[in-house]
Design a protein around this ligand. Structure first.
Ligand code: GTP
Length: 383
């Protein structure tokens, strides 16, 4: 796994600077002669300032989706993403093919896959298709989430806390290593964020300062009652453990400051993925496989039970001597009725044939996500 390219998935609130950041890291890798493989998963973006190797817009027309399914902008993005998720196996096949280019070939395999996501963060992070795409990626490549934060808009204790809670929810939803990217540091330094994340006292000082200035409001909404500051206070205590799992980098996508540090953090998270997350993912995959086998066995036992019952019902009839013409005797030949010659063997054969049939019914080598993809495809089609 160590030599596989790492997938960097950029998520962030609308306007946090995801696309500008993608453009910057893409240019940075090109300048290092390590061109990345780029995917754009935002179906609604009008133009992207970088060349995408795979672009959702090439296969899905977002405006047409809105028109055909009578959807608003967010529903349109979600449905486009659902439709795209049905192709996730093809996308992965392309990425895997790219990552296995032989070293003597003219084009070299990429070190990074860069993935831009829709501006409506919840559409990607909280949708079934977003989960399918992320899980599929993580089952094939080390995968890291880069959560882009608009630093100037996060400099008050309450907006900072809101953003951290959101990051926390993404971490627990995706269960993937995460880097907090404090962007736009050319406008606002991100030192305050580092202090607040590492030193609880400093966050408390900032809280007291804001309270004294009346930032939480003097009247109404519980602001002046000290409710807000005590809430933020206890939240920061809760989040202490969460901060320890994160890498934090300060960058400016405009000037390029901090981009080297970002890639150092990516390397660190790649190792973390292989060390901590991969075994957990494998465990979950194995569990799912075992559950599938158990369900199959259960179904098989039920089928066999039903067959035994019906066989038992038929048995008395079998005791009667059949009226057989002399000429028809060869019909009792073992070659003609091998199953009736040996009951035990017949049960085994039947059992294995049912097992095979159940496997076929599920589709050879199919995974849960493929089935879901089929489900999505069919549900889209019948709408
Ligand atoms: N000063 C400064 N502005 C930035 C930086 N990064 C992005 N911006 C500006 O922030 C605005 C939003 O940037 P985008 O890259 O479009 O943000 P986005 O998150 O992709 O936006 P959506 O796709 O709408 O969600 C633009 O005006 C950018 O020029 C930065 O590092 N510094």
């Amino acid at each position: 796994m160590a030599d596989l390219p790492v997938a960097v998935v950029c998520v962030g609130m609308a306007g946090s600077g995801k696309t500008t950041f993608m453009q910057r890291i893409n240019a940075h890798l090109h300048s290092k002669k390590q061109p990345p493989y780029v995917l754009n998963l935002d179906p609604a973006v009008l133009s992207v300032p970088f060349e995408a190797n795979i672009d959702i817009r090439d296969s899905i027309n977002y405006k047409e989706v809105m028109k055909q399914y009578h959807l608003g902008p967010n529903g349109g993005i979600l449905t486009s993403l659902n439709l795209f998720a049905t192709k996730v196996d093809q996308i992965l096949a392309l990425m895997e093919k790219r990552s296995r280019i032989p070293p003597d070939s003219k084009t070299r395999p990429p070190h990074h896959f860069l993935i831009d996501t829709p501006g409506q963060i919840e559409v990607f992070v909280w949708s079934a298709s977003g989960s399918i795409i992320l899980e599929s990626l993580a089952s094939s490549f080390p995968t890291v989430i880069a959560y882009i934060i608009d630093t100037p808009r996060t400099s008050s204790t309450s907006t900072f806390m809101s953003n951290m809670l959101y990051a926390c929810s993404i971490l627990y939803k995706t269960k993937l290593p995460m880097i907090l990217v404090f962007n736009k540091t050319d406008v606002q330094d991100a030192d305050f964020a580092k202090d607040w994340m590492t030193d609880f006292e400093k966050f408390q000082d900032a809280l007291r300062e804001e309270e004294a200035k009346g930032v939480f409001g003097g009247e109404g909404a519980g602001g002046g009652s000290g409710y807000m500051s005590s809430l933020l206070n206890s939240m920061s205590l809760v989040l202490e453990e969460f901060y320890s799992h994160l890498s934090m980098v300060a960058v400016s996508s405009t000037t390029g400051d901090g981009i080297d540090t970002f890639f150092e953090a990516v390397e660190e998270k790649r190792k973390e993925f292989n060390r901590d997350y991969k075994p957990e993912l494998d465990k979950r995959k194995k569990q799912r496989e075992e559950e599938k086998v158990a369900t199959r066995e259960q179904e098989l036992t039920k089928v066999m039970h039903d067959l035994n019952v019906s066989a038992a019902r038929r048995k008395p009839a079998a005791n009667h001597e059949p009226d057989v013409d002399e000429d028809d005797e060869d019909l009792n030949d073992a070659d003609q009725y091998p199953d009736e010659m040996d009951d035990e063997k017949s049960d085994d054969d039947l059992s294995s044939r049912y097992k095979a049939a159940l496997r076929d019914a599920e589709g050879k080598g199919s995974t849960g996500k493929e089935s879901f993809a089929n489900y999505l495809a069919s549900s889209q089609a019948i709408r």
